[in-house]
Design a protein around this ligand. Structure first.
Ligand code: PLP
Length: 427
């Protein structure tokens, strides 16, 4: 498979961009080959600079639930473009998107638009700290909440719960305010809460985890978090940057019927343009500047093009049976892949929710970070390359979600299953 142009571009990129990429997951580091450079995308397909066509299961890491370059999004953007691209003043579009978000997530009584999921999470945490007057944050090992300083922390192995920075450049003085619990393990949360009485501002969680591969909340986990937070006056933050408008229109909160105090959104609500949003209870959001003393701002926040793509996306997702259709596609694909893997005698686990899933190369079950890590990343790397050769573009890591879009056709799914079967044979 010729990849001459991609490799050439990669070498040029290395001279001007750290690691040749503007976000580390794009670097194919876990695979050990240069990334493909993409020229264009349409529907379920992406096309690289060397002329290869792939069925895409990355979907820009979640936003492209309608598929790429959806004609209605393209048309809406074309219409918006001549009106100017940014004003630094309020627009009707922001009111419209915020209203749609609030309708889908009734727990978000007030909504603030920002430009990325990272910004949404950073801001929500600042609000939780400002509202409670407490410094500490509980997060879960294996959950990703963007690259804000307070969130790039996971506990070291073993019993230590003291925040150890996961990234250079984060002062320990800051990291010590982040405590890490185990996903699906309420006891680990209770221990932290009693260890740091009156110091925990918030518990932040991906209610359907997508960043250690897909891991679902077990029965009682989210309910238990809700209860602990209520008892201790802790702000419960659901990071629905992935699950929002994907697993259901109203995200995990609609599925599990639990209300978060604050919610973070991103990815889908920008329709492929840079958007994030955070919001929650009025009493909390009343703390946000200019109403209150928690400062948060953005030159491009509520950008008219991004709002246009977001509004159009949400309108299209309101159509009948959208999530039923997406759920059926997800089930079909995962069931068939499971059959093939079983036939080949491969150890595997598939975790899935509507619109996303992960094939883990481990016996499983996968229910937290530790069990996710029992997967075989070398086998995944081999599998990834075999799939790429057959025109299937997967997330280049064992610990990521495959994203399905409404544009994936039955033919795409069947081709993917055939490719999996052929790849499994060679593992
Ligand atoms: C992607 C993601 C983020 C960060 O969003 P960016 O737009 O990449 O900054 C935060 N939380 C979760 C759950 C995510 O998947």
């Amino acid at each position: 498979m010729g990849r001459k142009k991609s490799i050439g571009l990669y070498h040029r990129a290395l001279e001007v961009i750290p690691g040749g990429v503007n976000s580390p997951v794009r670097a194919f580091q876990a695979i050990g080959v240069p990334p493909s450079f993409i020229e264009r995308a349409k529907g379920s397909k992406i096309f690289d600079v060397d002329g290869h066509e792939y069925i895409d299961y990355v979907g820009s890491w979640g936003p492209m639930i309608l598929g790429h370059a959806h004609p209605k999004i393209v048309a809406a953007l074309k219409k918006a473009l001549p009106k100017g691209t940014s004003y630094g003043a309020p627009t009707p579009l922001e009111v419209e998107l915020a209203s749609k978000v609030k309708k889908a997530f009734p727990s978000m009584e007030l909504v603030r638009m920002v430009s990325s999921g990272t910004e949404a999470v950073m801001s929500a945490i600042r609000v939780a700290r400002g509202y409670t007057g407490r410094p500490n944050v509980i997060k879960f090992e294996g959950c990703y909440h963007g690259h804000g300083d307070s969130l790039l922390v996971k506990a070291g192995s073993g019993a230590t719960t003291f925040g150890i920075p996961d990234s250079l450049g984060i002062p320990e003085d800051l990291a010590k305010h982040t405590q890490t619990a185990t996903y699906n393990d309420l006891e680990s949360v209770k221990i932290l809460v009693s260890q740091y009485p009156e110091q925990i501002a918030c518990v932040i969680v991906e209610p359907i985890a997508g960043n250690m591969g897909v891991v679902l909340p077990e029965r009682g986990f989210l309910e238990g978090l809700r209860k602990i937070c209520d008892e201790r006056g802790i702000v419960l933050i659901f990071d629905e940057v992935i699950s929002g408008f994907r697993t259901a229109y109203g995200g995990a909160q609609e599925i599990y019927k639990i209300k978060a105090d604050m919610t973070c959104l991103g990815k889908i609500i920008g329709g492929g343009l840079p958007v994030g949003a955070y919001g929650g209870k009025r009493a909390m959001m009343d703390k946000v500047s200019p109403l209150g003393g928690v400062y948060q701002a953005g030159t491009l926040s509520g950008n008219p093009l991004a709002m246009t793509a977001g509004i159009t996306t949400l309108e299209l997702l309101r159509a009948k049976k959208v999530y039923q259709d997406l759920g059926k596609k997800t089930l079909y694909l995962t069931e068939k892949i499971a059959e093939c893997a079983e036939e080949r005698g491969l150890p595997f686990t598939i975790n899935q929710a509507t619109g996303l899933f992960t094939l883990f190369f481990t016996e499983g079950p996968v229910r937290d970070y530790r069990t996710a890590k029992t997967s075989n990343p070398k086998r995944f790397a081999q599998f990834f390359i075999e799939m790429m050769k057959q025109g299937i573009y997967l997330p280049p890591s064992q610990f990521e979600a495959w994203f399905i879009s409404l544009a994936h056709t039955q033919k795409d799914l069947d081709r993917t299953i055939e490719a999996c079967d052929a790849a499994f044979k060679r593992l």
